[in-house]
Design a protein around this ligand. Structure first.
Ligand code: GLS
Length: 826
């Protein structure tokens, strides 16, 4: 039976907008600024949300379900306003109400800053997971940091990326609740005093430390149409007021100031590195800060209605999103032993049953390792515990392998120890201290098992499992592409909103001429919408009838934006030398932020912009190619871009992209993938069929062979392939820059060893020709309207597997074992 939609009182909403404008700003609607109207409307919606939030908390108190704490340094939530309305099933009434007040819902939405507490895929995945958890009716907390400045805003000046602080909290955040009554203390530094108490127990007490107050801010995460509201709890740091200068620390002015500084720095800014560690002391402080506060909260919440702490894991699970939160293992041990006096063995039993770890990358530069001296100085008690975990684990390795023929026990210890080479290896701590280790796509999990984490897999195979990533169709279809969402509903009903496997039913329409025409017409409208955005932001006029070929994601060498732009450069040359050759017009759309200190990535951005400048202004090209770099790529403009994409560029060097999720968002919106057999592309191709994607390049096996054998020589390709030579030479012959040396570093790293890296580490030259060929096939396929419409439709029809609802249900069934909340939706 179909569920009744949630009720929403449109008139009440209207009245509260007027009331809020008055009480918040002492203004009438006519006087209020757009930002003030947004705030007033957001508070009015919050009112409705809070009712559901309270009902959910009450149901949880009564039903006592197991709770998952999704611990993550990053939550890339994107704007909340529109998404909240969708999940409350109130988008239409609110749109009407605003219309009646003379306001446009889109303009109101545009007033909201785009909360960017994350870098890219990893943080956005966390946000999709929360949406799915609430929609599926599970009790969940996202635990993270309330960075004052999120991911920097990117400006392009003279073609270069310039980073500008993201002041997202400037006008406050109407959706958040400050929960000072739930504040926790987090301690850093000092030393550990060990003594025996009056009951004969060994007590470890941290002394001489600095302390900050962790204050939580709660944000509602609304389930779709079910009245469930979960919580994203992000922590801010505050100094402990009046503590330093009174009796306890009298006169220690220096320390008081230090504590004050620590508190003000801790949550200042998100480190803008994706797939790369910053290795900074402050980063480790951030990690321990939010983990300590979150673990303390989880334990306390459990003890509110249970008294046997040994059974914590029956009601609590911690999912550690990459290595960043893995200090949770030691923090939970500390709390269990030092605060609740559990023995080591009991504490270990609880900890390993509570913690689970997701690995999101095989890039070695992203695997976190902390210098022992730093770790020990900052977290003295935690270090003692890690040291003991390591001692016992090394013992276990010896017991497991000593005497086994052909096994080098020392080599096993070298590769698996948590403390080695003066480093604390966070991934190893997470694997040893939990019961589940998962990769994020089939191929990625296999690579972990067979290569990166092979020794661990051999020793504890039962811990390893795969959870292929997914995305939420509520944001990335319903909100991003309302035209297509309505069309899908018209064709197959609306069950797809909470069950994406229903999209399969669209297969009935892939050969239907009328459906094809409607589908492509929607695509065209979305391309027009994006073309307007591009005209407004880039001043470039693009043709919505051209092929929109899109590569939007973080800028990283392994993602190979350089391969893409090199082929654009080559085609530019080709068109200029063969002006009469047939060429299907193409618009190349890029969007990417580079980590602030990543010079090669930043130079690639400059190259893309320089190429755009030359090509877009060359009359000989007659508009056959346009190149656009969209400034400040973020969730809000991503939604416009995905809806408008014809071609989805997923061209990472095979084996390097753990999963990718942009690939899924574009597939959902009917874009066809050009890609390597990497990450989740493998599974996408498996669903949609090879004939509905364009696959090229080395396989992951081949890449790994070359890496192992060191027998790849890009110079041979450069010397023997005139197309490759032409493209590379254009980097340094002045075509795209008066200063011929400007792009020399890119040229050099393709042909020579640079700074300890192999020449062309990411096999750009090797894959160049097969990539060109795949692009040629795309142009041919696109020229055949019917064929393309069918391919595009097939992509939307086959995306069912890639909902984060499916991923979350797998975590629940195989790892977390949560119970569904029973909330009566009103
Ligand atoms: C990442 C991977 O690079 C992506 O392939 C993956 O889709 C994402 C979510 O699992 O995690 N790892 C990372 O450090 N940043 C990512 O986006």
């Amino acid at each position: 039976m179909k569920k009744k939609p949630l009720s929403f009182d449109k008139d009440l909403f209207k009245r509260s907008v007027l009331y809020n404008v008055k009480t918040l700003y002492r203004k009438t609607m006519e006087e209020a600024t757009p930002q003030e109207i947004y705030q007033a409307a957001a508070y009015a919606i919050k009112d409705a949300i809070v009712d559901h939030w309270m009902t959910t908390q009450k149901a949880a108190a009564e039903q006592d379900p197991k709770i998952v704490y999704y611990m993550s340094m990053e939550f890339l939530m994107g704007r909340a306003f529109g998404n909240n309305l969708i999940n409350l099933q109130a988008y239409k009434p609110v749109k009407e109400a605003l219309d009646e007040l003379g306001l446009d819902v889109n303009l109101v939405e545009d007033q909201e800053p785009d909360p960017a507490l994350g870098n890219g895929g990893l943080g956005r995945l966390a946000a999709c997971f929360l949406d799915s958890l609430a929609t599926l009716g599970y009790m969940a907390y996202g635990c993270g940091i309330r960075y004052k400045y999120g991911m920097f805003r990117q400006q392009i000046k003279d073609g270069y990326q310039v980073e500008v602080p993201d002041t997202w909290l400037e006008n406050g955040n109407p959706f958040e609740l400050r929960r000072s009554e739930l504040a926790k203390e987090v301690k850093f530094g000092g030393y550990v005093n060990m003594f025996t108490d009056e009951y004969g127990r060994t007590i470890f007490r941290q002394e001489g430390y600095q302390v900050v107050r962790a204050v939580p801010y709660d944000l509602p995460v609304i389930g779709y149409g079910n009245g469930v509201v979960d919580t994203l709890r992000i922590w801010d740091a505050e100094p402990i007021q009046c503590f330093q200068l009174d009796s306890f620390d009298k006169g220690d002015y220096q320390k008081a100031v230090e504590q004050e500084n620590l508190a003000s720095q801790l949550c200042e800014v998100l480190y803008p590195n994706d797939n790369h560690i910053a290795g900074k002391e402050l980063r480790l402080k951030q990690q321990y800060f939010f983990i300590s506060a979150s673990v303390q909260t989880a334990v306390q919440r459990y003890l509110r209605n249970h008294d046997d702490i040994r059974k914590l894991y029956e009601k609590t699970v911690f999912q550690l999103n990459d290595t960043h939160p893995t200090v949770a293992v030691a923090e939970l041990m500390r709390i269990l032993m030092d605060d609740y006096y559990l023995s080591w063995d009991d504490a270990w039993d609880v900890t390993t049953k509570t913690c689970c770890y997701t690995n999101h990358t095989i890039m070695s530069e992203a695997l976190e390792k902390w210098p022992v001296d730093l770790f020990q100085r900052l977290l003295p008690r935690i270090y003692q515990i890690v040291d003991e975990i390591n001692r016992r684990f090394v013992d276990q390795i010896m017991r497991t392998y000593s005497g086994s023929a052909g096994i080098d026990v020392q080599a096993k210890i070298r590769s698996m120890a948590i403390l080695y080479d003066n480093q604390v290896k966070m991934a190893h701590l997470a694997i040893v201290g939990g019961h589940s280790v998962n990769g994020v796509a089939k191929l990625h999990t296999e690579i972990l098992k067979q290569r990166e984490l092979k020794d661990f897999y051999e020793m504890m195979p039962e811990k390893f499992n795969n959870k292929t990533n997914g995305i939420t169709q509520r944001r990335f279809l319903m909100h991003a592409n309302p035209l297509l969402a309505d069309w899908v509903t018209e064709k197959i009903g609306d069950d797809w909103i909470t069950d994406l496997s229903q999209m399969d039913k669209l297969k009935d329409f892939v050969n239907d001429k009328k459906a094809q025409a409607e589908f492509m017409d929607i695509k065209l409208k979305n391309k027009q919408r994006l073309a307007e955005y591009i005209l407004e932001h880039n001043g470039v006029k693009v043709d919505p009838k051209s092929i929109f070929d899109v590569q939007v994601k973080r800028l990283h060498e392994y993602k190979r934006q350089l391969l893409n732009i090199l082929t654009v450069m080559y085609k530019y040359h080709d068109i200029k030398s063969h002006p009469n050759k047939d060429f299907y017009p193409k618009t190349y759309i890029f969007g990417a932020k580079a980590a602030a200190g990543y010079l090669t990535a930043k130079l690639t951005i400059k190259l893309i912009n320089s190429v755009a400048e030359v090509i877009n202004n060359d009359p000989d090209i007659k508009g056959k190619i346009k190149v656009v770099f969209i400034e400040d790529y973020r969730v809000s403009n991503a939604e416009l871009i995905f809806a408008a994409a014809d071609v989805s560029e997923q061209i990472s060097t095979a084996s390097k992209e753990a999963s990718g999720t942009g690939n899924m968002k574009m597939m959902l919106n009917g874009a066809v993938t050009i890609g390597t057999m990497d990450g989740a592309n493998v599974e996408i191709v498996n669903e949609v069929g090879e004939e509905n994607a364009f696959i090229f390049g080395l396989s992951s096996q081949e890449v790994m062979e070359y890496e192992k054998n060191g027998n790849y020589n890009p110079m041979d390709i450069y010397n023997s392939d005139p197309n490759v030579k032409k493209a590379l030479d254009m980097l340094v012959d002045g075509t795209f820059s008066k200063d011929k040396e400007l792009f020399r570093p890119l040229y050099n790293c393709l042909l020579n060893k640079v700074g300890g890296n192999r020449a062309d580490q990411y096999f750009i030259l090797k894959d160049f020709e097969s990539y060109l060929e795949a692009q040629k096939k795309i142009s041919d396929a696109y020229a055949d309207k019917k064929r393309w419409a069918k391919m595009a439709l097939m992509n939307t029809a086959c995306c069912g597997k890639f909902s984060s609802d499916r991923t979350i249900q797998e975590y629940v069934d195989e790892v977390w074992h949560l119970d569904k909340l029973n909330v009566e939706a009103k």
